[in-house]
Design a protein around this ligand. Structure first.
Ligand code: ZN
Length: 304
């Protein structure tokens, strides 16, 4: 294949990998910008002499479009640093196409998964962070990177900008219901760690998809996920056939429609969400990643 192909093996994927969508950039402060391809979203920061880009978007074409959007916004500044919010290819898969020579910063767990995965185009992190809170200064920009524990994917890292009163946390709480949760959400810990971010002083939340929200929207997003978790448990008590899509959609959607039916995407996604979450209770999660210390999973097996 001519494009870096991530995990794809079919030549037919080329068209998907190469497409370069329009990007929309919005300025949050003097130094901080958010950018979206209409679905995924991330942030980048103007440093003194360079640009710090969070994530890469999910194909080589999208990474190039992201790079172009940055160059148009901050002409003359190279992307010298890329920070991965988590390991997933649809957000952090194509640094090789965005900024081949950049320093790549990631959480240790994220770095280990990426090393083992070996996906084409997903650059291996060159600087690995450990622990819940890391404060770094990169080219004049002070960064606070937070990993309170497993929320989504492997080695999830949020960014807190105290001066801007902004929190960025990719693929976590959305301002809508437009995500059919996959096994990569860690429901044993998710809401607890996300609510923990409310202890910080911020007013705007930048999610990894769709539109920005405020503290009230963020709290409602947590309430929604918690309500789906509770209703999925009630499905057992009501002997709903939990492995079937339509009965689960009907039960959970019916229970929560009055309270959360106004969330964009509710009708189209509540069934998928329910199927995913109900199996957390049936099966106990997806292994060690659904415990508070997922790093033990790769502790002795993978060295960086
Ligand atoms: Zn993800």
């Amino acid at each position: 294949m001519s494009e870096n192909c991530g995990n794809f093996t079919l030549e037919a994927a080329q068209a998907y990998l190469a497409r370069e969508p329009d990007m929309t950039v919005d300025q949050i402060s003097d130094r901080l910008f958010t950018v979206s391809d209409g679905q995924c979203r991330t942030i980048f920061v103007a440093a003194d002499e360079s640009v710090i880009a969070f994530d890469t978007f999910g194909t080589p074409g999208r990474a190039r479009a992201y790079g172009r959007a940055i160059a148009e916004t901050l002409p003359g500044k190279a992307i010298n640093t890329v920070i991965y919010s988590h390991d997933h290819l649809d957000h952090a898969g194509f640094a090789a196409d965005l900024a081949p020579g950049a320093e790549i910063i990631a959480d240790e767990m994220c770095a280990k998964v990426i090393k083992c995965r070996g996906a084409e185009g997903q650059s291996v992190p060159t600087r690995v962070l450990r622990g819940e809170r890391n404060e770094l200064t990169i080219d004049g920009v002070e960064l606070v990177l937070l990993n309170p524990g497993p929320t989504h994917g492997s080695g999830n890292m949020a960014a807190y900008f105290a001066d801007e009163k902004v929190l960025f946390s990719s693929d976590t709480v959305l301002a809508n219901a437009k995500y059919g949760f996959m096994p990569d959400y860690h429901f044993a810990n998710f809401v607890k760690f996300m609510r923990g971010f409310l202890e910080l002083d911020w007013e705007r939340f930048v999610p990894g998809r769709y539109e920005l929200t405020d503290r009230a929207g963020f709290e409602r997003g947590c309430d929604f996920i918690e309500a789906v978790q509770e209703t999925c448990q009630q499905a057992f008590a009501n002997f709903v056939p939990i492995w079937m899509y339509e009965p689960m959609k009907g039960f959970v959607g019916g229970q929560l429609g009055e309270r959360f039916g106004d969330l964009d995407g509710f009708d189209g996604h509540i069934g998928q969400m329910s199927i995913r979450i109900v199996h957390h209770y049936l099966m106990g999660g997806w292994g060690l990643e659904d415990t508070p210390e997922p790093a033990v999973l790769l502790e002795d097996q993978v060295s960086l």
